[in-house]
Design a protein around this ligand. Sequence first.
Ligand SMILES: Nc1ncnc2c1ncn2[C@@H]1O[C@H](COP(=O)(O)OP(=O)(O)OP(=O)(O)O)[C@@H](O)[C@H]1O
Length: 268
Amino acid sequence: MAETLAVRQISLRFGGVKALTDVSFAVEQGELFSIIGPNGAGKTSMINCISGRYRPTEGRILLDGRDITRATPNQRPSLGIGRTFQNLALFHHMSVLDNILVGRHHLMRNSFLTGALYWLPGVQGEELAHRRRVEEIIDFLDLQAYRKAPAGTLSYGLRKRVELARAMALEPRLILLDEPMAGMNLEEKEDMARYIVDLNEEFGMTVVMIEHDMGVVMDISHRVMVLDFGRRIALGSPEAVLADPHVRKAYLGEEDEEPAPAPVRAVS
Ligand SMILES: Nc1ncnc2c1ncn2[C@@H]1O[C@H](COP(=O)(O)OP(=O)(O)OP(=O)(O)O)[C@@H](O)[C@H]1O
C-alpha cells in the first residue's frame, strides 16, 4: 500500500533540549497510527513538525512522496493535512456550524470575496455545496442538536467533537489528532473512539493520533510507535508494542529484566 506520510530522520532541538532525535517512520494510506510515550517524550513536537508549526532541525517529511519539510503551517491544509489541538482552539462566540465552516476556508475559491460578490453566478452555488458538506459532517458526528449553539456554551466533550468536525471539514488526506480523548469521561471517550474509527474507515482518512489512554490506543490503532526522550524505541502492532519489555519499562514503569535497550529499535 502507498505511503501517505514518510518521516525521515527527524531531529528537533530547542537550544540545549533535544525534543526529537533521528526519528523515522512511515504511515500507510488508510492507516490509523498512534504515537505514545511518557510526558515530554516528543509526541506533540512530532505532530507539530508534521503540521508545520515547528521546523525540524534535521530530516525530511514527505506527504504522498512530496517533500513538505519547508511548507508553512498555512500551506499544509491545502496540501491535505488537518489537525486538532491538545488544548481546544475553537471560536467560542461562533456557532458550531460557523466553527466547522472555518475548517473549509482553504477549499472556498471565493472565500475572500464571498461577502461582496455573493449575488454573482456561482458564488451561491459554491456556498451551498460547502454548507451541504458541513451538514454531512454534523450528521456524522451527531452534532445536529448543537449546530446553532455558540461553541463556548458546550461541554468539554462536545467541544472536542466540534474541533474534530472542523478538522474533518478540511477533507484532509491525513488528520493529526493531539490527545482527542484528554479530559473526557468514559462515555465520551467511547464515542470519540467510535468516531475516529469511522472517519478512518468510512471517510478513508489516514490518522496519526497522540493519546495517553492506552486502552483506546491499543483497541483502535493499526500500528503504534513509542517515543521516549525524543527517540523511537518501538514500532509495531499494538500487541507487539505492549509485549515489548523496553516499552513496558519506559512507558509503564515496569522493571526491565534485560540489558539496557539500544536507542532505536523496531518490533513488528
Ligand atoms: N516550544 C518549545 N520550547 C522549548 N522546549 C520545548 C518546546 N516544545 C517542546 N519542548 C520540549 O521538548 C520536549 C518534548 O516535549 P513534547 O511536548 O513534544 O512532549 P510530549 O511527549 O508531547 O509530552 P506530553 O505528553 O506531556 O504532552 C520536552 O522536553 C519539552 O519541554
